[in-house]
Design a protein around this ligand. Structure first.
Ligand code: ZN
Length: 397
């Protein structure tokens, strides 16, 4: 097999640190060089991409995606479909963690693992959590800890539901046990060992996690609560978690609209967390893409079943830049280096030599070109690599 090269010429590189106007050379799936006036090596056939007057950023990292579908609240007709490759790539997402949600009965971790492998074949960087909402949770082996240790792609447990009527209402001690399983599994596997927690609109909010800190010796970074912008009350509670040094995950597909007036937009959530003294480095974004977004009328009748979109991740980064006047190095953190740190994925979320060649080229408003593992997936806003069954016409393989 020949080496394959890509030279991204003359863009303004945010790694996410500002590196100035630079060329980026990738060979196969890695970034090989950053510098001025780079050339394609003679021994590797390749392509030159003109990125002048564009921003060059790391591919985005999304730690909460229902890649094999989700939902089902309302009946089996509301099970949301599997995501396709370009549902993610066209919005600049190159690393995902797949997970199950409410339905751990008709959906399985096995199915999720197969879907993650399929997306990896297509060029995405994929991991999964073992589990679903309920405790005891769903696994492939006999325990979540064994799943983390024995199955390469499994980096933690999730999404376990707390403070939600759809969850199984685990006791604080059961949660502490799960956190221990994640922690020890991660240690023995050399992985993150995250316990990723869906937080609902229930009255206990983050109390169960604060209780775990009191009764167990689990490092706070093991537990990653998400959907914290669901309501202003939950967001206020999240400040306590942030002050203790915990990570706070904001769901970018949650935003106020005519159906959900309580939600806090991602940019407003970041703004108020920072005003309350939570440092930006503890705040991450994820999309909940592929998950169900049910719309109810005032009597609770289901009107419409929406699906979380992956577009919201890039848009939220842009909103931090535009509305909060954060420079790109800061605005990019919640979708690049911070989730990569949470997941202990050392080679993604950055543009640096040796990292995976995952790159987004953008004008700062729209994703224009997306490179995953050194391969152009989206070119001038049009996908050029499609999933196996995504497109029958013009398919490139
Ligand atoms: Zn959830």
């Amino acid at each position: 097999m020949n080496a394959r090269a890509l030279l991204i010429r003359g863009g303004e590189v945010w790694s996410p640190d500002h590196r100035g106007t630079l060329d980026v050379l990738t060979i196969n799936d890695r970034i090989m060089a950053l510098g001025d006036h780079l050339e394609l090596p003679g021994w590797a056939p390749g392509e030159v991409l003109d990125a002048r007057h564009q921003l060059v950023m790391p591919g985005l990292v999304d730690q909460h995606v229902h890649i094999s579908g989700g939902g089902g609240e309302g009946g089996p007709q509301f099970r949301t479909p599997e995501l396709q490759l370009t549902d993610l790539t066209r919005w600049g997402i190159t690393t995902v963690v797949g997970l199950l949600g409410t339905d751990g009965t008709t959906r399985s971790v096995q199915e999720l693992l197969a879907k993650a492998r399929a997306l990896a074949f297509d060029g995405l960087n994929t991991r999964i959590y073992t589990g679903a909402y309920e405790v005891p949770t769903r696994t492939i082996t006999d325990s979540p800890r064994n799943d983390i240790i024995l199955i390469g792609r499994i980096v933690g447990i999730g999404e376990i539901a707390i403070s939600d009527h759809r969850g199984s209402h685990p006791s604080d001690r059961e949660l502490a046990h799960l956190a221990g399983e994640a922690r020890t599994g991660g240690l023995l596997a050399g992985k993150a060992g995250v316990l990723h927690l869906h937080v609902g609109s229930g009255a206990r909010r983050l109390d169960p996690l604060l209780a775990v800190l009191d009764i167990a010796d689990v490092p706070i970074g093991t537990m990653v609560p998400t959907h914290l912008n669901r309501t202003p009350e939950l967001l206020r509670d999240a400040v306590r978690w942030g002050h203790r040094g915990g990570y706070l995950d904001i769901t970018t597909s949650i935003a106020p609209d005519e159906h959900d007036r309580a939600a806090v937009s991602p940019v407003e959530a970041v703004k108020s967390l920072r005003q309350e003294g939570v440092v930006l480095d503890r705040i991450s974004f994820s999309t909940d893409a592929g998950g169900s977004a049910p719309v109810f009328d005032s009597t609770g009748r289901l009107l419409h079943m929406g699906v979380g979109s992956a577009q919201s991740l890039f848009n939220s980064v842009c909103s931090l830049h535009e509305q909060l006047s954060l420079e790109w190095n800061e605005a990019l953190k919640p979708a690049t280096v911070t989730p990569a740190r949470i997941l202990k994925l050392g080679d993604v979320g950055r543009i640096e030599v040796g990292a995976r060649a995952d790159v987004v080229i953008t004008d700062g408003r729209e994703v224009r070109t997306v490179i995953a593992a050194g391969r152009v997936m989206v070119r001038d806003r049009e996908p050029v690599v499609w999933g196996m069954f995504e497109k029958t016409e013009g398919q490139n393989r």
